[in-house]
Design a protein around this ligand. Structure first.
Ligand code: QAP
Ligand code: CO
Length: 168
């Protein structure tokens, strides 16, 4: 197991569209375990492979209070979205310290594969629905701040650059 470095917005590698997984091998299982470790360590509730510079369609999520309900979704696909939407104050491990409201479908139905390649479906609402949509966006090269106004995006970039400078 290993902690993986997390790419920070606006790293251009966050824009890479992840490739479908076709090999369900030990390397994939190891990446999932490392992503879970990295997410729990952060701590966070969701992480997409894109964020650790692996451009394959896999995400991990755990929105449970006890942090004991890990979900690993390989090749996730939203097959149904509710017309009803709901707003949520989102954050992201790749955009530290920044939170803002994004409006998304409230309920989704997702088809995905597990680490053995077996297909399953899942219905999600509440925080899990937000999390899965946010992470699938990462796999498509999209970060939540792109839903905000250009003005807010510029402010966020300025703030993150300042954070980087203060660390150095
Ligand atoms: C994505 O986000 C998400 O800014 C996962 O300083 C967002 O785990 C799922 C985090 C909204 C559901 C709703 C963010 C940690 C963690 C920060 C995260 C930070 C430290 C974000
Ligand atoms: Co994120």
């Amino acid at each position: 197991m290993a902690l993986l470095p997390i790419l920070r917005y606006p790293d251009p590698r966050l824009k890479i569209v992840a490739k479908q997984v076709t090999r369900f091998d030990d390397a994939l299982a190891r990446l999932a375990a490392d992503m879970a470790e990295t997410m729990y360590d952060a701590p966070g509730i969701g992480l997409a492979a894109t964020q650790v510079d692996h451009h394959v369609r896999m995400l991990v999520a755990d929105v449970s209070e006890q942090h004991n309900e890990l979900k690993v979704l390989v090749n996730p696909e939203i097959i149904e979205s509710s017309v009803e939407t709901s707003p949520y104050e989102e954050g992201c491990l790749s955009v530290p310290g920044i939170y803002d409201e994004v409006v998304r479908p409230a309920v989704i139905r997702v088809r995905a594969q597990n680490l053995k390649g077996e297909s399953f479906e899942l219905q999600a609402d509440g925080l899990l629905a937000v999390c899965i949509q946010h992470e699938i966006d990462h796999l498509d090269g999209k970060v939540f701040v792109e839903y905000l106004s250009e003005l807010k995006q510029n402010r966020i970039r300025t703030k993150l650059k300042k954070q980087e400078r203060q660390k150095a």
